[in-house]
Design a protein around this ligand. Structure first.
Ligand code: NDP
Ligand SMILES: O=C(O)C1=N[C@H](C(=O)O)C[C@H](O)C1
Length: 242
């Protein structure tokens, strides 16, 4: 039975994860929030999950490495340097990074990749997301992941084709770009829509999260899986066998 430590324990996700741990046959090792030493909990847990803040992730990865503890990074808004840090950590410990731990979004990513591949460059791709008013990063980690999936399907690098937001005289849409729009308001848990706009028709693939429990259950299952893996960088696809 894996014992799970939570970075960001008192946050929305930390509370949702603590609530589902018993029903999934795991145990709760404890948590750490801002101002607490991350190594304390890393020493006690079999596996760590991080749903905190981007600014805290480096210290959490350092604690996981120092104690050789597998870690799932669910926190979003990560920089390129942080992705490089995750790659480096993956040489030493099992580490899973994902912007979304739900089964639905993992499947949606697959569908988006396939649609982008089959439809080709004549179809414009736009990604719209909406989240609650407290969310601090944009576009969401999920939207960026869906963008990566579309770019893979198109055989291009997202860093070269992504367009985040539009305002003013931006000119006509450049072919082959992937646009992102972020809406914020109320208590929306997480809505994502990927629009493929062709000549005279549109395909829309989407996902709506109604309850954080879907992310929480996915995170606990992924943590239970991660604890049995060799060092390396993993995604939800590997956990779900997609
Ligand atoms: N991958 C996925 O499936 C999902 C990812 N997320 C992501 O998870 C993250 C957390 O989301 P959410 O729970 O809604 O956010 P909250 O703001 O509700 O919670 C964040 C938690 O992190 C803690 N925290 C903040 N700064 C630090 C720090 N420097 N060191 C340690 N802990 C810190 C906060 O503690 P304190 O209150 O003391 O500051 C709080 O407990 C976000 O990046 C979000 O995008 C969310 C849902 C699903
Ligand atoms: O901050 C959130 O709430 C969420 N964050 C993740 C993201 O950035 O995609 C996942 C989910 O959409 C909720």
């Amino acid at each position: 039975m894996a014992s799970i430590g939570i970075y960001g324990r008192l946050g929305r996700m930390g509370q949702a994860i603590a609530a589902v741990i018993p029903e999934l046959g795991a145990t709760f090792a404890g948590g750490a929030d801002a101002g607490e030493n991350p190594e304390g909990i890393a020493r006690k847990a079999d596996v760590l999950v991080d749903f905190s803040a981007a600014v805290a992730v480096d210290a959490h990865i350092a604690a996981a490495r120092a104690t050789a503890t597998p870690i799932l990074i669910g926190t979003t808004g990560l920089s390129r340097a942080q992705h490089a840090l995750i790659d480096a950590a993956a040489e030493e410990i099992p580490i899973l990074q994902t912007g979304n731990t739900s089964l639905g979004v993992a499947l949606l990513s697959r569908l988006v990749r396939e649609a982008a591949e089959r439809l080709g460059p004549d179809w414009d791709i736009e990604i719209v997301e909406m989240h609650h008013r407290m969310k601090v990063d944009a576009p969401s980690g999920t939207a960026l992941m869906l963008g990566e999936a579309a770019a893979k399907g198109m055989g291009v690098e997202m860093s070269e084709v992504g367009v985040v937001g539009r305002a003013g005289l931006v000119g006509a849409r450049a072919q082959g770009t992937i646009g992102f729009a972020a809406l914020r308001g109320g208590r929306v848990v997480g809505d994502h829509q990927v629009i493929f706009a062709g000549e005279g028709e549109r395909i829309e693939l989407g996902h709506r999260a109604d309850d954080r429990a879907i992310f929480a259950r996915g995170a606990v299952k992924a943590a239970q899986w991660l604890v049995q893996q060799a060092p390396g960088r993993y995604s939800m696809d590997a956990v779900l066998g997609l």
